[in-house]
Design a protein around this ligand. Structure first.
Ligand code: LMR
Length: 398
């Protein structure tokens, strides 16, 4: 059987890390895969996470399975984090949440739920979108198509074109939206656009599927979820993939959640039964550690406050890096070609460079971006900004 399989090329984004590791240069800079780094260049374990882990370790007496839906206090906390503690959908009991294997696991479970429903067959994704969105959706048997979102060369959100394209979608179409910190562009809809999106999706019978993977890293915990909260107020159904990889620094623990906002409580209960069955068929039982850490932090006001403080500090640092890089690029190139970097939010911006320039960044300057010229700004320690700006300027001039 195995000899009938055809080889698959390595994942192009993850391959950037491999290429970076293989580069012997001492000046190399890894701005590929999205991980936050501090001023010393490491991806820290947040203080609150360390403290929670110690408490858990001291207390844990068993490694027996956690229940099928995962850690319930974790799920309740994630709902409140995403929606705010007093959201009408929570008061109405229309929300149900299942712990998932990272944000990607949540995306996959939602995709399988959609295919099972037989109702939602096509998913519209932004152009561009995270490199793994389409493989995850198509891997679950769904058809995908793009909606206009961003002018890569001009560094601008195409809000009007997005709204126009979505207005022409068939009722029942699922629209994948990035809750905040759009990956790969860093360009988010403004509050007014979210209002228009909610009105349009309600009027056209479209189903929002929100990927909220960077809550707190763009403009703040509440501001980054404001669009999602509005959709959940205005629309009968919203599907959500949540992740704790970035905002809790729990990347390798693979912790996230699927949140379904249903039209009424009974539909939410049914959705949960289906999600549990899907999870059982996929991996049987959820892992414990990451969700237990988040639940431990949530249960302790001091840890919760410390986590929020560290998250605020991370966000401020990334925004500072954005400003410094924009300034350095203005110094190199004059004009404002890359000013959008300063105006955008979250970990990423896209330089809009052709593949040959991306290749030159690597081979001549040892600066590793994603293949589509996405830059993980949160991966800069800060010391390399002048060199990175000089390298980008060098390959942009020609
Ligand atoms: C990224 O976009 O770089 C991250 O979400 C990591 C990944 O799995 O692609």
């Amino acid at each position: 059987m195995l000899q009938t399989l055809k080889p698959v090329p390595p994942d192009a984004l993850l391959a950037v890390t491999e290429a970076f590791r293989a580069d012997p240069s001492r000046d190399k800079v890894d701005l590929g895969v999205g991980v936050y780094r501090d001023a010393t260049g490491i991806t820290p374990v947040p203080r609150a996470v360390r403290a929670a882990e110690q408490k858990l370790l001291a207390r844990q007496t068993s490694k027996a399975y956690v229940g099928q839906g995962g850690n319930r206090p974790f799920a309740t906390f994630m709902e409140k984090l995403a929606l705010g503690s007093n959201h009408p959908a929570l008061r109405d009991g229309r929300v149900t949440t299942l712990q998932s294997v990272g944000g990607t696991g949540a995306l996959r479970l939602v995709a399988e739920l959609m295919r099972l429903s037989g109702y939602a067959r096509e998913v519209r994704v932004s152009n561009p979108t995270w490199a793994n969105h389409i493989p995850v959706l198509q891997g679950a048997g769904l058809a995908t198509a793009a909606y206009p979102y961003y002018d890569i060369a001009g560094g601008q959100l195409l809000a009007d074109r997005m709204l126009e394209a979505l207005d022409a979608c068939e009722p029942g179409t699922v629209v994948l939206l990035h809750g905040s910190c759009h990956n790969p562009t860093g360009a988010d809809p403004h509050p007014g656009h979210w209002t228009e999106l909610a009105e349009l999706m309600d009027r056209r019978g479209l189903i929002p599927f929100v990927d909220l993977a960077y809550q707190g890293l763009g403009r703040g915990l509440d501001a980054d979820a404001a669009g999602l909260r509005l959709l959940c107020e205005r629309l009968p159904e919203v599907l959500v993939a949540l992740s704790c990889s970035k905002n809790f620094g729990l990347y390798r623990e693979r912790v996230g959640a699927v949140m379904c906002v249903a039209e009424h409580a009974a539909a939410a209960t049914t959705a949960m039964s289906q999600l549990q069955a899907l999870a059982r068929r996929n991996y049987s039982m959820p892992p414990d550690h990451g969700a237990a850490i988040v639940a431990e932090i949530a249960s302790d006001q001091a840890l919760l406050g410390d986590w929020q403080q560290e998250l605020d500090d991370m966000r401020d640092r990334v925004n500072g890096l954005r400003r410094s890089l924009s300034t350095a690029l203005r110094g190199e190139l004059g004009g404002g070609r890359f000013d959008f970097i300063e105006q955008q939010a979250g970990m990423f911006s896209m330089l809009g460079l052709p593949p040959a320039a991306v290749e030159r960044l690597r081979s001549e300057h040892h600066v590793y971006t994603a293949p589509d010229s996405r830059l993980n700004i949160a991966g800069l320690s800060g010391k390399e900004i002048a060199a990175v700006a000089a390298a980008i300027a060098a390959v942009s001039r020609d």
